[in-house]
Design a protein around this ligand. Structure first.
Ligand code: URA
Length: 216
């Protein structure tokens, strides 16, 4: 796993991270979604520096200019439902990316024990494409590894970039053991603790509920 932790240097990203964690500001779900979207934009801007580019000639009114543009074929797959604002942030920058959606939820067998259920998938072929996998909260890493087991049947993926907002070190260790070695992880910040319910501490709480409201 090639880990890119963007909070290793200070930037305006800190402001967005501090707002999504803040229990008072979290009451404004529109602001929460928009901040996740802004973080997605920053993460995918950094990610874009690792992509392949090829020269294109642009005609201005006064002449020609050669500009390298992204040449990779890419699919953006988000894990429903919490991944949706992050998905939008990445879409804001990658105009031509194809889209995939997969659902993964924790099916609790007790308050502290769960397995991951994957029930919905809509995806183009992933053959010879870059897969960007968006999941805002990388906690145990079990959702990511469960969806990867399914996605890898959809073609020979060229390279995987996982995009997360907050990652727990335990989850990073888990996905490192499950994904190919050349997989990139782009994360806005890392927390060291998971509680007994598998939530990131201090984290921010439940990203899906904060973005879209409580569920039963
Ligand atoms: N999902 C969340 O939304 N938050 C966590 O802390 C862990 C998983």
């Amino acid at each position: 796993m090639i880990i890119h932790n963007l909070d290793s240097s200070n930037s305006v990203l800190n402001h967005f991270i501090s707002e999504i964690r803040d229990v008072e500001i979290q009451k404004d779900s529109m602001r929460f979604r928009r901040n996740i979207e802004r973080i997605g934009e920053i993460l995918c801007y950094e990610l874009s520096k690792e992509l392949d580019f090829s020269d294109h000639t642009v005609k201005t009114p006064l002449g020609d200019k050669i500009i390298p543009l992204v040449s990779d074929k890419m699919v953006l797959c988000s894990i429903l439902r919490a991944g949706l604002p992050l998905h939008q942030g990445i879409l804001n920058y990658f105009d031509k990316i194809e889209n995939a959606f997969i659902s993964a939820y924790r099916h609790h067998t007790s308050p502290e024990a769960f397995d991951i259920k994957v029930e919905y998938l809509a995806s183009p072929s992933l053959d010879n494409k870059i897969l960007i996998l968006a999941d805002p909260m990388l906690a145990t890493g079990s959702s990511l590894s469960a969806v990867y087991e399914i996605l890898k049947t959809l073609g020979k993926i060229r390279e995987i970039h996982i995009v997360a907002v907050i990652a727990a070190t335990e989850g990073i260790d888990h996905i490192t053991s499950q994904f190919p070695e050349n997989t990139h992880l782009w994360v806005a910040t890392v927390d060291n603790e998971l509680n007994t319910y598998g939530y990131i501490v201090p984290g921010l709480g439940d990203a899906g509920d904060l973005a879209f409201g409580n569920k039963l």
